[in-house]
Design a protein around this ligand. Structure first.
Ligand code: FAD
Ligand code: A2P
Length: 296
């Protein structure tokens, strides 16, 4: 198998470490899901002025929430995929954007409401609040430099964050644009909760852009169960397999870890029909830099 093209761009990693984080400031927080939605997902933009934090689309940053944990120790950092491009979020300031889902759940034993520390801190930020930032991290979940490469971008929920950055970079910022085919598979709960929907509408007219949604609480898969993103993949896996055969196709998976088994099962079936073993094909794709996974 051919290897992915060699990267020439410089990649910064760990410019800011947990013992000396960057002191950023909140710029703006925008709720992405409608007020009536039970999901509270927010686009959180932070100022990076006066620092050295440079990043590429696909990298993540760490956030250290203020305060102490239950053991009286400073909170550990939480990682978040960057949702903005290297030039910052819209508006031109040196900034970084995240797509954060507020974690709130009922504790199974105590039956009390628990609010996730970092996600609630980020969702509730007000302009000028201080935010301790580490990173950037990630050297692999990056766009290929070759604009003729095909991209298969598979996300659930906030896993769309790095793909927002990818799409904005290749279609709006990259000199020369993008010639390869770009296919987004996106799993969401309801059609009102399609994060960054306006963005996909903007690209709809492009001949090389396509998006397939899996709306779990409104659509059913062929077994009559919830439609998950892996079920959408299964529907199109013959075409996706043919893309893989062409070479120069890069697949990226981001979001809930649970989707991976189903994606593998879909590809395994078509690989088997072609007389190949998916685990081996996938291993080779990973080794050659064509298959990238960031799940949590
Ligand atoms: P915590 O205070 O850490 O609590 C979370 C814990 O609560 C979980 O570990 C789990 O044990 C428990 N819990 C959560 N829900 C339930 C439930 N329903 N029932 C029972 N227990 C539960 N998150 C994003 O929102 N956007 C991103 O772009 C993003 N990118 C990530 C990238 C990477 C590489 C990784 C590793 C994670 C990413 N995350 C992202 C997840 C993020 O790091 C945090 O884990 C998440 O925001 C929760 O952190 P918290 O501090 O709010 O919750
Ligand atoms: P659902 O919540 O209906 O089960 P979230 O908003 O919690 O990040 O989820 C994003 C989407 O991923 C939702 O449609 C959710 O469906 C779906 N989802 C949940 N578990 C899985 C899984 N194991 N595989 C694929 N998608 C999943």
């Amino acid at each position: 198998m051919a290897h992915a093209t060699v990267r020439t761009e410089a990649i910064s990693v760990n410019t800011y470490r947990p013992n000396a984080p960057f002191k950023g400031k909140a710029l703006r927080v925008e709720r992405l899901t409608p007020d009536e939605s039970p999901n509270d997902v927010r686009h959180v933009v932070m100022d990076l002025a006066d620092g050295d934090l440079q990043y590429l689309e696909g990298q993540s940053i760490g956030i250290i929430p203020p305060g102490l944990d239950a053991k009286g120790k400073p909170h550990k950092l939480r990682l978040y995929s960057i949702a903005s491009t290297r030039t910052g979020d819209e508006g031109g300031e040196r900034s970084v954007a995240l797509c954060v889902k507020r974690v709130v759940y009922i504790h199974p034993e105590t039956k009390e409401e628990v609010r996730g520390v970092a996600s609630n801190f980020l969702c509730d930020l007000k302009p000028d609040d201080e935010v301790l930032i580490t990173g950037p991290v990630g050297k692999n979940f990056l766009l290929p430099e070759d604009p003729t490469a095909n991209l298969v971008l598979i996300a659930t929920g906030t896993g769309i964050a790095p793909f927002r950055a990818f799409l904005k970079h290749i279609f709006e910022e990259r000199p020369g644009g993008w010639q390869g085919q770009v296919w987004v598979f996106f799993g969401v709960q309801t059609s009102t909760d399609v994060l960054y929907e306006d963005l996909y509408k903007q690209y709809e007219h492009l001949p090389n852009f396509r998006i397939s949604l899996a709306v779990s609480r409104e659509q059913k898969n062929k077994k009559g169960e919830k439609m998950y993103v892996q079920n959408r993949i299964a529907e199109h896996v013959d075409e996706l397999w043919s893309w893989l055969q062409q070479g120069n196709t890069y697949t990226y998976i981001c979001g809930l870890r649970g989707m991976e088994t189903g994606i593998d099962a879909a590809y395994a079936e078509v690989a088997q029909q072609a007389g190949q073993e998916w685990s081996k094909v996938q291993y080779d794709l990973k080794q050659a830099g064509f298959w990238h996974v960031e799940t949590y």
